[in-house]
Design a protein around this ligand. Structure first.
Ligand code: IMP
Ligand code: MG
Length: 178
């Protein structure tokens, strides 16, 4: 375990189970319809890579980035689109793939934006959710698991761009970000 990590919350085996469960639901729900996977950069890269490999559908991939935490551990409240899609979403089934729903601001903005552009359907697959932190109500169609109000890193999630490469999701020691 990394010395900055206090506790492993989800190990590799558990993460594989979660992506299995989510992909099974998605495969069932879309029943053969094509999907545009919108990978929300950067935190969801590893989750998205694992998830889309388990999708037995006609999948296209595009990327989007919203401004979020910057280098701290608190979000600012104002979210902007920092990198936009290359694809036209009109008439498409869009599946937004995100690492974590915290305040809900990022996902709420992205979902609304994609819907306004004329997507046929817009759903969210979020590996993690911190219900205790929600400020904006947004429906998450697929969630791996709820987690307590702790700052987590690994499996794509960072603190100040570090720890994305850890193969597990772990709670960061508070002294690292205080
Ligand atoms: P929201 O807009 O407040 O829901 O924030 C979502 C974004 O904040 C996520 O995409 C993450 O990048 C980041 N975030 C929230 N909680 C954590 C955490 O515990 N660890 C790492 N990043 C987090
Ligand atoms: Mg993120």
């Amino acid at each position: 375990m990394h010395m900055d990590v206090q506790e492993i919350l989800l190990d590799e085996a558990r993460l594989a189970e979660l992506t299995d469960e989510i992909s099974a639901k998605i495969n069932r729900d879309y029943s053969g319809e094509p999907v545009l996977a919108v990978v929300v950069m950067k935190g969801s890269l590893i989750f998205a890579a694992d998830l889309i490999r388990k999708l037995d559908l006609d999948v296209s991939v595009d990327f989007m980035q919203a401004s979020s935490y910057g280098v701290g551990s608190e979000s600012s409240g104002t979210i902007k689109i920092k990198k936009d899609l290359e694809s036209d979403v009109t008439g498409k089934n869009v599946l937004i793939i995100e690492d974590i729903a915290d305040s809900g601001r990022t996902l709420s903005l992205l979902k609304k934006e994609i819907a306004e552009r004329g997507a046929k359907t817009v759903r969210i697959a979020s590996l993690l959710s911190k219900p205790a932190r929600r400020v904006v109500d947004v429906e998450l169609e697929y969630v791996g698991t709820d987690i307590p109000d702790e700052f987590v890193v690994g499996y794509g999630l960072d603190f100040a761009e570090k720890y994305r490469n850890l193969p597990y999701v772990g709670i960061l020691k508070p002294e690292v970000y205080r």
